[in-house]
Design a protein around this ligand. Structure first.
Ligand code: SAH
Ligand code: SF4
Ligand code: F3S
Length: 475
């Protein structure tokens, strides 16, 4: 066997890119590549890029500048270092990338990762290879075939892609262009992945998709299944203790999803439901297809189904034409919902999107000021939420040893890191923990190693006990 070649991969952007990076590593493992943390030793460097905001996109070029030096240094040692640009910048800019950065050997769009070994051979032969087509049939076949890179377990938690692409066309967003039309994977394929992961020790699955609750994959009965039904199916797989899904669109929340939250103790009561703005006028200009009142209705429906439900969101400040009154609406909404966490971004015009051509760009100073104000509010809400957890008993899935000796770290239902002193054999188990202290974003607690563990009725009762959490941190 030849000595393995070394692969360094760097991912930017969303969870989909993290998942895709793992799939690329798994695909290339069959070509005798092993992963390395070091760029300088690498024979192959993959930048898995994000196009969502200008800053994200421009990062790629500064990184490519640094890689030029690494590649030259490798060449002086007699080694040939290949550079691949993958991800959404690859999709959006294609051959333009090579014009700006001649150091790049391969450009590959997110729909063509299964061709990577082939593209590397083509680059070795022809000096360069570029593939950013959107072969829709190809994608369907690739997804229907036994997955070339079946996902490998890497810990206690794992992402599984169930849906890709987006048909929503929010006027600020590049995703419908970089990831293409919405496609759902068949239920049987997803269940196979989840079963394999569970057999290898994975206890928590996060279903991912650019618009995950638009899922409509083919079920074993030949009918199209909504996400709620898929969640029921996956919750029955032995070994799966927790389920999550991200990212959702408020318009695609249906009764099946609300019912799943009511009926499945394994489905975590924490949801990322981006709203973007708290002004109806701006929501309309964004083509979000929902109003502020619609959003409140959806949140209320979740809270009725699971009173301990908490939420996170994304916000954009400074969308073209956003007035002080519009922004005040955003602050009011964030205050009313009382998010457990949220991300906020300054609007960044993206080439080819409708909003980029809208008049009334907001000046940078106003954007900066609004961002700071919103972030301050979000931070305050997050601190309130975390502080309200102290004294509560929450279920924690233990994932790994902590930094301090004897410490084990897990996550609460709300994804907060929770530290306890315990032996490592609790890793992979869900156990009730009474929270005793909060340090920044981390909780510390005392473990209850009693007979309650694994008893679903008791776990449901525990979750109900946390209801007051929402009551104290909500509106
Ligand atoms: N598919 C997900 C994620 C989209 S990108 C969703 O629908 O929510 C993640 C976030 O980036 C978005 O929710 C939005 O808040 C932000 N974003 C997208 N395009 C942007 C732009 N042009 N400028 C600033 N923020 C943007
Ligand atoms: Fe982008 Fe909107 Fe689709 Fe989310 S729903 S990926 S913000 S177009
Ligand atoms: Fe970025 Fe593409 Fe994800 S643009 S956010 S990596 S879908």
């Amino acid at each position: 066997m030849n000595t393995p070649r070394k692969l360094h991969i760097k991912s930017y952007g969303c969870q989909m890119n993290v998942y895709d990076a793992q799939r690329m590593v798994d695909t290339l493992a069959r070509e005798n590549f092993v992963e390395t943390d070091s760029v300088t030793d690498a024979d192959l460097v993959i930048l898995n890029t994000c196009h969502i905001r200008e800053k994200a996109s421009e990062k790629v070029y500064s990184e490519l500048g640094r890689l030029r030096e690494s590649k030259d240094a490798a060449a002086r040692d007699g080694r040939d270092m290949k550079i691949v640009v993958a991800g959404c910048v690859a999709q959006a800019e294609g051959a333009e990338i090579v014009k700006r950065a001649s150091v790049v050997d391969v450009v590959v769009g997110p729909q063509s990762y299964h061709h990577l070994p082939d593209l590397l051979r083509r680059a070795a032969r022809d000096g360069r290879a570029i593939e950013t087509e959107f072969p829709v049939e190809d994608k369907f076949t690739a997804l229907a075939q036994p997955q070339p890179a079946t996902i490998r377990a890497r810990g206690i938690t794992s992402f599984v892609t169930v849906q890709e692409g987006c048909d929503k066309f929010c006027t600020f967003c590049v995703v419908p262009y970089t990831r293409g039309a919405e496609v759902s994977r068949p239920v049987a394929k997803i269940a196979d992945d989840v079963r394999r992961l569970a057999d290898n020790g994975v206890r928590e699955i996060t279903l991912i998709g650019q618009n995950v609750n638009a899922f409509h994959g083919e079920g074993p009965d030949g009918k199209s299944w909504p996400l709620g039904k898929l969640l029921h199916h996956l919750a029955a797989i032995p070994g799966i203790l927790r389920l999550r899904y991200t990212t959702s669109h408020p318009c695609d929340v249906d009764d099946s999803l609300i019912a799943a939250h009511r009926e499945l103790p394994a489905l975590m009561p924490y949801l990322h439901l981006p709203v973007q703005s708290g002004s109806d006028r701006i929501l309309q200009a964004m083509n979000r297809k929902h109003s502020v009142a619609d959003y409140h209705r959806v949140i209320d429906a979740f809270r009725r189904a699971r009173p301990d439900m908490a939420f996170s969101s994304d916000f954009i400040v400074g969308f073209p034409g956003e007035s002080d009154a519009d922004f005040a609406g955003t602050l009011a909404l964030a205050e009313q919902i009382g998010y457990a966490s949220a991300y906020s971004f300054k609007y960044s015009p993206r080439p080819g999107t409708p909003a980029a051509d809208m008049p009334e760009m907001i000046d940078t100073a106003t954007m900066d000021q609004r961002l700071a104000q919103l972030q301050q509010l979000i931070d305050r809400k997050q601190s309130d939420f975390n502080a309200a957890c102290v004294g509560q008993t929450l279920d924690v899935l233990f994932e790994q040893p902590g930094k301090r000796p004897g410490q084990i770290v897990g996550r609460s239902p709300y994804l907060q890191p929770v530290h306890v002193m315990a032996s490592a054999d609790i890793i992979g188990r869900v156990l009730p923990v009474t929270m005793t202290a909060l340090e920044r974003y981390s909780l510390f607690g005392e473990l209850h190693l009693d007979s309650k563990q694994g008893d679903p009725t008791q776990i449901a009762q525990d979750l109900n006990e946390t209801t007051s959490l929402v009551a104290t941190t909500g509106a």
